[in-house]
Design a protein around this ligand. Sequence first.
Ligand code: RTP
Length: 148
Amino acid sequence: MEQTFIMIKPDGVQRGLVGEIIGRFEKKGFSLKGLKLLTVDQAFAEKHYADLSSKPFFNGLVEYIISGPVVAMVWEGKNVVTTGRKIIGATNPAESAPGTIRGDFAIDIGRNVIHGSDAVESAKKEIGLWFPEGVANWSSSLHPWIYE
Ligand code: RTP
């Protein structure tokens, strides 16, 4: 089954949105496979966002991600990468639809509350980076009520 990496950014943690965000993924029917609260250092944040290192906002982005604890998660389910991005909403909250996490809880692109992997391959890479110890191996007993 497909997995994605989801991170509640420091602003999401500081604003008390952790329960709300976890609830949205849970209620959709996805399974939580990994979960931890941690503060990352500059080198780690730069590695996570390595693809964006040439962007003008890169330094500010790294500062933002290391500014406080984040919640790192692995969620599993059919099409969870694409559907997770839909639940999160467009990168710029000015364009995120109401009903999405960013559409409901964010205003500025540089404080957009949450990260989600953008493809299955990047999800694998990010899960390996954030969860080198591996993730839980369990299967929800609700599967027959969620999947046809
Ligand atoms: P994320 O990786 O956080 O899920 O976001 P994304 O794929 O939707 O967007 P991406 O282009 O990968 O950008 C990563 C994060 O960088 C910040 N950003 N700031 N100031 C700006 O123009 C700008 N553009 C992007 C955002 O926090 C974005 O989520």
